[in-house]
Design a protein around this ligand. Structure first.
Ligand SMILES: CC(C)(COP(=O)(O)OP(=O)(O)OC[C@H]1O[C@@H](n2cnc3c(N)ncnc32)[C@H](O)[C@@H]1OP(=O)(O)O)[C@@H](O)C(=O)NCCC(=O)NCCS
Length: 397
């Protein structure tokens, strides 16, 4: 019988529930490592597909391995027609995260070896998901606007294809490279809420698609991946605000969150934000959109001063604070910011699901099953006496 430990109201902060070999965070020093490699080095020198290979396999690929991985992704970069047909029936106002979450189980229905639970079959599934999630997100952007989905262009990178299939315009190489870098930065982050959701679901022996659908649901919330859209909504609102400092002060005083700031693990600036901040400045200059860069920096400066005054110096920008203006300046609609997070994090989710399913970091883990203390209605172990519906008092009598 396992020892009972109470961690109520902590959101499991500081509770170690598993071993992992996929990634590592030092929250005090602001360090993020994928499979042993610093995020800064990968963001500068790697590509998203190389990082996806690294996360899935645990080592950097050789040139032929990378080529064959990229080809495998290219070969899977379409979805069955019935998925487009379903999307055409979705209400056009549907949020892209809901559309994405709805489509992932639809992919399961077309998996030729869904019953095969070997590691190899799960790796094939991971490749399908990494390839197809951007196709679904891009297709929803087209279909919800009454346009036909676009097909894969072999001359573009993974990120370039996503931009092309979403906007209908071939991206310039720098924009595609910048988005690729954003995908690297978001690809994994240890036991964040959505990854934990994926691992919890697959611990029941559910298949990878069911686990990923749960992860997408968890990511959509505004305290997690949904924060990037909220950051942009805040900036759009603040562009017409005569006194930004006062607005921020009031927001904090009234217990409201400043989106994109603070983190459950980092107690210093998120290393991903450190990378995205100069990217935002560069994009702003190149696209003559300095207004958004200036405004983001003002919000950061004022908020940090307010947090410092309140003794909360650990609240610093997280990944969403600067990814929001970066995506906005790439002309991506704000409701598609969180789906972009998903098309990157799918690499981490699948790596964690495989690790969980095959016990690759520890002895094969058990089904997750925490317990809760019952604080509801209680009439003893015999239960409360049931009164038939007709004998219950009518409200108002
Ligand atoms: C991410 C987040 C949930 C992590 O925070 P946490 O470690 O769970 O801490 P809490 O939310 O309990 O916050 C601790 C205190 O700091 C305050 N705080 C934390 N982040 C804040 C923010 N962005 N704005 C204002 N206050 C904040 C809380 O109000 C709380 O204050 P209190 O102790 O006086 O009640 C939190 O920082 C947040 O909500 N940030 C905004 C949303 C966001 O950007 N999410 C993306 C994360 S990558």
């Amino acid at each position: 019988m396992a020892q009972t430990v109470s961690v109520k109201n902590t959101g499991l902060r500081g509770v170690t529930v598993a071993d992992t070999k996929v990634s590592f965070i030092d929250g005090n020093q602001g360090i993020l490592i994928y499979r042993g490699y610093r995020i800064e080095e990968l963001a500068e020198r790697s590509s998203f597909l190389e990082v996806a290979f690294l996360l899935l396999n645990g080592y950097l690929p050789t040139p032929p391995e990378l080529k064959s991985f990229e080809q495998a992704i290219a070969d899977e970069s379409d979805v069955p027609e019935y998925i487009y047909d379903c999307m055409r029936k979705f209400p056009t106002a549907a949020n892209p995260m809901d559309s994405l979450q709805a489509c992932v189980p639809l992919l399961a229905m077309d998996d030729p070896d869904l019953k095969d639970e070997t590691r190899e079959a799960n790796l094939r599934r991971a490749i399908r998901l990494i390839a197809k999630l951007p196709v679904i997100v891009a297709a929803w952007s087209r279909i919800s606007n009454g346009l036909a989905p676009l097909t894969y262009d072999p001359n573009l990178s993974h990120a370039g294809n996503f931009l092309w299939r979403m906007t209908g315009e071939k991206p310039d190489p720098q924009t595609a490279k910048d988005l690729d870098c954003c995908l690297i930065l978001h690809a994994d982050h240890t036991f964040n809420a959505s990854t934990f959701a994926c691992r919890e679901v697959c611990s029941t022996m559910a298949h990878m698609y069911a686990a990923v659908a749960a992860g997408i649901g968890a990511l959509s919330g505004s305290l997690h991946g949904g924060a990037n859209t909220k950051v942009m909504e805040m900036l759009l609102r603040l562009q017409n605000e005569p006194d930004v400092s006062n607005w921020i002060k009031n927001q904090i005083d009234s217990g409201q969150k400043i989106m994109g700031l603070g983190h459950a693990v980092y107690k210093t600036m998120d290393p991903r934000a450190k990378f995205l901040k100069p990217m935002a400045t560069r994009l702003a200059k190149a696209r003559k959109m300095e207004k958004w860069d200036d405004l983001s920096k003002l919000v950061e400066k004022v908020s940090l001063a307010e947090f410092d005054k309140r003794g909360k110096s650990e609240i610093r920008p997280n990944v969403d604070f600067y990814s929001a203006p970066v995506y906005f300046m790439m002309d991506i609609p704000k409701d598609f910011f969180t789906p972009i997070f998903a098309i990157s994090r799918i690499a981490g989710w699948c790596s964690h699901i495989i690790e969980e399913k095959f016990g690759e970091a520890q002895e094969k883990p058990a089904l997750y099953r925490p317990q809760a203390e019952y604080v509801g209605n209680y009439c003893g172990l015999m239960g409360c006496e049931y009164s038939p519906l007709s004998e219950r008092p009518h409200p108002g009598n």
